[in-house]
Write a protein that binds this ligand. Structure first.
Ligand SMILES: NC(=O)C[C@H](N)C(=O)O
Length: 335
């Protein structure tokens, strides 16, 4: 460690993904193997990290992020909270596959109990590829996690020289390095010339200001997503309810409309105690309470601007606190 003594202490928690992937040739950008390179190799590949922080690496798990699950989230969230409670840890970077990176970021945004920076980062090209994006993304993420500008900003995503808020960012392209976008609500800023620049801040409550506590949880309640489309019927919904779902995210068409063929099954599920959240498959815009459906009468919850996969996370955490739908609606307008 050749870093200067005044530098921040940043822990890199590695979880796998393409940033830790390797392919058979330098032009292999699909059909490579994710989650093969260990955290020490990721750090050694970027000696410039030593100029911006005292970096420590820890391999939390090693998976492609399509295999992310609730148990991994609880393990990761607890580890982040343990580390951030220590006075000798100033910030955390999490290397992660990009497929579910936005979900992990939002989960941590809701359960991390600290104002210290937490930054998620990934790559779209494996470490062996020409112009691999992992090393520069990792450098930017460590720079951001070591900065005073990132303190109190909630969990951040650093990709492609941009800074995004966990709640609102999404993966928008299957393969290009500029895939992470906060399309309409807007990203928070840029990283340029070894400096983070912020222009916006997240408005909803996050990190140290949330009401969620995972420290004693061993599991999360089952919440599933049903996808809306023309000719949709109730079969998937009924299967999830029969399979034990405590909550359902209805990723409806438009602004969360309910098809006549599906609505009775949603009402029946709610009568059995299953929480129903109306979200949208569209990707942008509000699903408003009592907008496209009478949520007061149906006892449903509106997702506001959360996409279905993030609404699932908020509903799981809400269900660890309450099963009252009005209280859960308050939670959906708070985070
Ligand atoms: N670019 C990536 O990281 C994709 C990979 N399938 C993952 O999410 O682990």
């Amino acid at each position: 460690d050749t870093a200067a003594p005044h530098l921040a202490n940043v822990t890199i928690l590695a979880t796998g993904g393409t940033i830790a992937g390797s392919g058979s040739t330098s032009t292999t950008t699909i059909g490579y193997t994710a989650a093969t390179v260990g955290v020490n190799s990721l750090i050694q590949a970027v000696p410039e990290l030593n100029k911006v922080a005292h970096v420590t690496g820890e391999q939390v798990f090693q998976i492609a992020s399509e295999n992310m699950n609730n148990e991994y989230w609880l393990t990761l969230g607890k580890r982040v909270n343990e580390l951030l409670a220590r006075p000798d840890v100033d910030g955390i970077v999490i290397t992660h596959g990009t497929d579910t990176l936005e979900e992990t970021a939002y989960f941590l945004d809701l359960v991390v109990k600290s104002h210290k920076p937490v930054v998620l980062v990934g790559a779209m090209r494996p470490s062996t590829a020409l112009s691999a994006d992992g090393p520069i993304n990792l450098y930017n993420a460590v720079l951001l996690a070591a900065s005073h500008e990132a303190v109190g900003q909630g969990v951040l995503v650093a990709m492609n020289d941009q800074i995004h808020a966990a709640r609102d960012v999404s993966k928008t392209n299957t393969s290009t390095p500029d895939t992470f976008k906060t399309t309409e609500l807007g990203m928070l800023g840029y990283i340029q010339g070894n400096h983070p620049y912020f222009y916006h801040r997240a408005m909803r409550k996050h990190t140290a200001d949330t009401e969620f506590d995972i420290s004693k949880l061993q599991s999360l309640p089952q919440v599933d997503i049903v996808y809306g489309y023309a000719n949709m019927g109730p079969a998937a919904l009924n299967a999830f309810v029969a399979g034990g779902a405590k909550g359902i995210i209805h990723a409806g068409v438009g602004d969360g409309s309910l098809a006549n063929k599906v609505k009775p099954a949603l009402v029946a599920a709610r009568k059995q105690g299953v929480l129903i959240v109306r979200a949208s498959r569209v990707g942008q815009g509000i699903v408003a309470r009592n907008g496209e459906a009478n949520d007061d009468e149906l006892d449903f919850v509106a997702a506001d601007t959360l996409n279905p996969q993030k609404a699932r996370i908020l509903l799981m955490l809400a269900l660890t606190r309450t099963s009252d739908s009005k209280e859960i609606q308050r939670i959906f307008y708070t985070y």
